[in-house]
Design a binder for this molecule. Structure first.
Ligand SMILES: [Fe+2]
Length: 323
């Protein structure tokens, strides 16, 4: 673990932030209260007051050329109930993400994060809905996060993930490879010069409906480049989903496999231990991330993980077509 990337928030800072927040949202906070504009404004004001040093550090780690990632451990306060610690932890995560981006909110008014809850009993349901990559016991190889629209691929500038709860004794590591540290990148840049486009089978987007069933949302395929140069002349990558021979030439399938292998075998990756109440904030346009399989579930618990994810509303867009 690269400890120099970790930002420390003291219990005192967290407690004072929580106290200020509870004045705004009342004594019985719910996660839903974090949708309110007035609460989100208050989170920003309180963060400037209590987390200014952490915010500066996170910004400098995420903005740095050879880094692009920051880690923050959010304390627990004995003064708060577990429900209050859950809500204040989510609020702190939101406040820290604001250091580098503006959280996307559905219709401009939803929560600043999406909440992903997994349980052992839901794993079968998730797998049958094609969501096996979202189950905690799945290995998630190197990729970057993308949003697919009807006219192309958007790479959110920043992504934040926060493990509010981990029901495993061995959750392994989160891995980050900044594109600046990918030493074989040059081998693949010809694809950008030639404007090589691939048909990518997308990883289904996770969506739990009102009945608790998991359903797929969004398109299944997109036709887009895997590598391009943005308007500033920087290489950008779209590494998500699968490139299969049913939709692509053998040459393309081989090139993509070689690219994935090169990224996966790069020894300059940064390893971050997965930990409960640990927030990870990264510059999604400038690196690839992956995580280990969560192992050794805590016995007697059905709940396996609660994860919050923030997506920056600002993104870099590249035109493509739905295939
Ligand atoms: Fe991801």
């Amino acid at each position: 673990m690269s400890s120099h990337l970790t930002t420390v928030i003291t219990e005192k800072q967290y407690r004072e932030f929580a106290r200020g927040l509870s004045e705004e949202i009342g004594t019985l906070p719910t996660i839903g209260s974090l949708k309110k504009d007035s609460v989100l404004r208050e989170i920003d004001i309180l963060a400037k007051q209590f987390f200014s040093q952490a915010i500066r550090q996170i910004k400098s780690h995420v903005d740095s050329n050879d880094g692009g990632i920051a880690v923050a451990d959010i304390p627990l306060s004995d003064d708060l109930s577990s429900a209050e610690n859950f809500v204040c932890g989510a609020a702190t995560f939101t406040a820290l993400f604001n250091a580098v981006g503006t959280p996307f909110r559905r219709n401009g008014e939803g929560a600043p994060f999406s909440l992903h809850k997994a349980s052992h009993s839901s794993v079968g349901k998730m797998k049958s809905a094609g969501l096996e990559k979202f189950t905690p016991d799945a290995k998630l190889g190197f990729h970057n996060d993308a949003t697919i629209t009807t006219d192309g691929v958007a790479l959110p500038r920043h992504i934040g993930v926060y493990n509010a709860f981990i029901g495993y004794n061995n959750p392994g590591c989160f891995h980050w490879l900044p594109t600046s540290s990918w030493n074989e990148a040059d081998m693949f840049h010809q694809m950008a010069e030639e404007d090589v486009r691939t048909t990518v089978k997308l990883t289904p987007m996770m969506y739990e409906d009102a009945n608790g069933d998991f359903v797929q949302r969004g398109p299944s395929f997109v036709h887009a480049p895997l590598i391009w140069k943005n308007t500033d002349g920087n290489f950008r990558y779209f590494l998500n989903g699968e490139v299969n021979s049913a939709e692509n030439s053998d040459r393309l399938v081989e090139m993509c496999a070689a690219m994935r292998k090169s990224i996966a075998s790069s020894d300059s990756r940064i390893r971050i231990d997965q930990r409960e109440r640990r927030a990870i904030i990264l510059r999604n346009t400038s690196g690839f991330h992956a995580r280990d399989i969560f192992e050794d579930p805590i016995q007697g618990l059905d709940l396996s993980r609660i994860m919050l994810r923030i997506v920056d509303s600002r993104s870099e867009f590249y035109p493509g077509t739905l295939a």
